[in-house]
Design a binder for this molecule. Structure first.
Ligand code: ADP
Ligand code: 5GP
Length: 211
């Protein structure tokens, strides 16, 4: 069995990466989204062990000290990180894993796992990003928080060219189809293909030797 691939998806907050990745993993077999640890409190409608593993700051830092996180970063004043063991377990079982993480976390993963496939999702424009942030918050999030996310977005997009793939989230279905194409193409790379495919090559070689 081949080892699972590691995909990174980054995008400015409000671009739609959570929406896209949720749809992507529904339609692609053997692809899972990693559930991060965070020290931020759950928002209404979020559940521990579903959206995130919600932990307090002490537990988060204990995980960091124990080397339990593959990467971690502080985003909008809270800590977020990817569990090393969970990611490894999926990959050992042959499942491809998607990490939905910020640009700092992505930089750390690329440093330690040069094979990771990094995808940056862009909003169609700055203006559309602002609209999506406002619509999602439904007026619950104050103007300073929206401004902070937009300022951060400017810095994050500056890192976009460090990613292997750039996709634009204009329409969810189109963008999910493009992400699916990337996953499928990466799965068909010669060093990655599974035993069934290398078995076909070996069977042809055996024919050749007989003949
Ligand atoms: P992120 O995870 O990047 O912060 P979300 O997935 O929470 O973003 O999406 C932000 C908001 O934008 C949500 O209200 C979502 O429904 C909406 N959204 C996502 N993709 C699109 C799209 N292609 N067109 C219009 N609205 C979108
Ligand atoms: P939110 O609080 O809106 O769920 O997430 C805020 C940001 O944290 C997201 O834009 C996402 O990129 C980032 N994030 C979520 N999980 C992780 C993680 O495990 N590691 C890192 N580095 N960033 C994360």
């Amino acid at each position: 069995m081949r080892r699972g691939l590691l995909f990174i998806v980054s995008a400015p907050s409000g671009t739609g990466k959570t929406t896209l990745v949720a749809q992507l993993v529904k339609t692609v077999p053997e692809l899972v989204v990693s559930r991060s640890y965070t020290s931020r409190p759950p928002r209404s409608g979020e559940a521990d062990g579903v959206d995130y593993n919600f932990v307090d700051d002490d537990r988060f830092m204990a995980l960091v000290d124990a080397g339990g996180l593959l990467e971690w970063a502080t985003v909008f004043g809270c800590r977020y990180g990817t569990g090393r063991e969970e990611t490894e377990r999926h990959r050992r079982a042959g499942r491809d894993v998607v990490l939905v993480i910020d640009v700092e976390g992505a930089r750390q993963v690329r440093e330690h796992c040069p094979d990771a496939i990094a995808i940056f999702v862009l909003p169609p424009s700055f203006h559309v990003l602002e609209q999506r942030l406002r619509r999602r918050s439904g007026g619950d999030v104050g103007e300073p928080q929206i401004r902070r996310r937009l300022d951060t977005a400017r810095r994050e997009v500056a890192a976009a060219e460090d990613y292997a793939y750039l996709v634009v989230n204009d329409h969810v279905d189109r963008c999910v189809a493009q992400l699916r194409s990337i996953v499928m193409a990466e799965r068909a790379r010669t060093p990655v293909v599974d035993d069934a495919v290398t078995g076909i090559v070996a069977a042809f070689r055996a024919q050749d030797e007989q003949g």
